[in-house]
Design a protein around this ligand. Structure first.
Ligand code: EPZ
Length: 453
């Protein structure tokens, strides 16, 4: 492995477009490939920091989170080499070193992943500086669980103007943690810190998403001792040393579902190579109830609109194995084409319906409510969050000028523009680029009439 020169950014070419003209009204038809899961690969990259020998991560997508994390790893002395064609990342963390705050600061606001560097850097260096975080504006996105967890392990957290300086004067010791909510990030924070802490750690009310289970698989390959009980309790026994790993990422079930919803919304037919049924069971049930048809083979899943009317339904998002919050935004666009009144109760994020305003401007009829429209216990009831939506349809969508609000909302706007009659202008495409690799090429492969402006 020949790591690029020190300080050279990993040059990942991405479709750097910001304004796109979209001529709508044509069904999306054809085949696309999804590679590794955005919400796993970045965490597996951070885990490589803990390995005292080289690691290899396969099926890595060409997305901005990979670039951001690769840049941060390299700042800390990790050699990172990325082969886009093969989707293979190689790391050598044999000599991790302190990075300069001003260099780390350059990555501030770019992603939520940097907060997960805390545990590994404390184990390797005894201290860390973490820049202020970024990520989608779909709620407050606090990190209180993360900071409480790090303090429970014995870290000293010093909030500074542009980030967090963290040390572990007495080292890190295993502890008992119970999460107020099964947070994915807080579970990852615990895993990445506990594996090298002295003694045992118990994590109650943990997240158990497939991406979490894949991270546990990576850590086990590195030498960690981790068990997951039926009652969402994860137990970790700290070890003295971790080696590198070789691992192939699970596919991106969020991207696969995004294209499936695009097929429904545009009366299309899309084969998603790489999609796997086990991680998408709940989505597939919903897709079928709305009236979509899917065909599963060993290499992927075909999603199609069989013609005729779509059915309105009630959806409540939840943690795994419930209906994933990241699946709801693209599906809402398809529900604008379903006959009757559909209800979506978003119980994971308090503010994830901002994207519906632009859809209403295109002719959709979506009303958002502060009430919990569903049975699930929810943290947002009787507070001032519009976290339930009613979608009445079918409604004819017409072209508009759209500004992308966030990653999944932006993809939903794109689907709406593709489903609408007329020519739309979609601004802020770069945000979609963060989580959907080569999506301009994928749109072209599906016959979408789009062009950079
Ligand atoms: C991860 O975000 C994903 N992002 C999100 O995907 C995904 O929607 C989310 O998990 C839930 O599955 C990545 O993995 C990079 P959480 P994360 O901690 O870890 C509250 C996408 O589009 N909370 O599970 O940040 C939080 O406010 C993105 O790909 C606290 O209150 O999510 C939320 O209400 C969007 N304090 C709930 O927990 C904390 O310290 C779930 O958040 C942390 C979280």
């Amino acid at each position: 492995m020949t790591p690029p020169a020190q300080g050279e950014r990993l040059t990942i070419e991405v479709d750097m477009v910001d304004l796109m003209r979209v001529r709508g009204g044509n069904p999306l038809r054809g085949e696309i490939t999804v590679r590794g899961a955005k919400n796993f690969v970045a965490k597996a990259m951070v885990a490589a920091l803990l390995g005292e020998t080289p690691s290899v991560l396969r099926n890595v997508p060409l997305i901005r989170d990979v670039d951001v994390v690769a840049g941060l790893l390299r700042l800390h002395g990790v050699a990172v080499d990325y082969d886009d064609a093969g989707g293979v990342l190689q790391f050598d963390s044999s000599n991790v070193e302190i990075a300069h705050v001003r260099d780390i600061d350059a990555h501030a606001g770019s992603s939520r992943i940097p907060i997960l560097f805390c545990g590994p850097l404390l184990h390797r260096l005894g201290e860390a500086f973490i820049p202020d975080l970024g990520g989608c504006h779909i709620g407050d996105r606090p990190i209180d669980y993360h900071l409480r967890i790090l303090r429970d392990f014995g870290a000293v957290v010093d909030k500074q103007e542009r980030g967090i300086h963290i040390t572990a004067p007495r080292g890190l010791t295993g502890t008992k943690i119970e999460l107020p909510y099964p947070s994915v990030g807080a579970t990852e924070q615990t895993l990445l810190t506990a594996v090298r802490a002295a003694g045992k750690t118990q994590l109650k009310n943990a997240a158990i998403e497939p991406e979490i289970m894949d991270l546990i698989a990576v850590l086990q390959k590195m030498g960690a001792v981790i068990s997951v009980d039926t009652d969402r309790v994860i137990r970790i026994e700290g070890v003295d040393r971790l080696t590198g790993y070789v691992h192939t990422s699970l596919p991106d079930r969020i991207e696969a579902a995004s294209w499936a919803s695009a097929a429904l919304a545009t009366s299309g037919d899309i084969y998603v190579r790489g999609a796997q049924q086990p991680d998408m069971m709940t989505y597939l049930n919903t897709f079928r109830k709305v009236g979509g048809v899917f065909e599963i083979d060993d290499e992927g899943i075909r999603f199609l609109h069989p013609g005729g009317e779509l059915n309105s339904i009630v959806i409540e998002t939840d943690v795994h194995p419930g209906f994933m919050t990241d699946w709801q935004q693209p599906l809402v666009v398809a529900l604008t084409q379903a006959r009757g009144l559909s209800i979506v109760h978003e119980t994971v994020y308090e503010n994830r319906f901002g994207f519906t305003e632009a859809l209403n401007g295109m002719g959709a009829q979506i009303q958002v409510y502060r009430e919990c429209l569903g049975q699930l216990e929810c943290r947002f009831g009787q507070r001032n969050f519009y976290h339930s939506a009613a979608i009445s349809g079918p409604t004819k969508l017409t072209a508009a000028e759209i500004v992308v609000p966030d990653l999944r909302g932006g993809f939903s706007h794109l689907i709406a523009a593709l489903a609408a009659e007329g020519t739309s202008l979609v601004r802020g495409i770069e945000q979609i680029n963060r989580g959907y690799e080569h999506f301009m090429r994928k749109l072209a492969a599906l016959g979408a009439d789009v062009e950079m402006v």
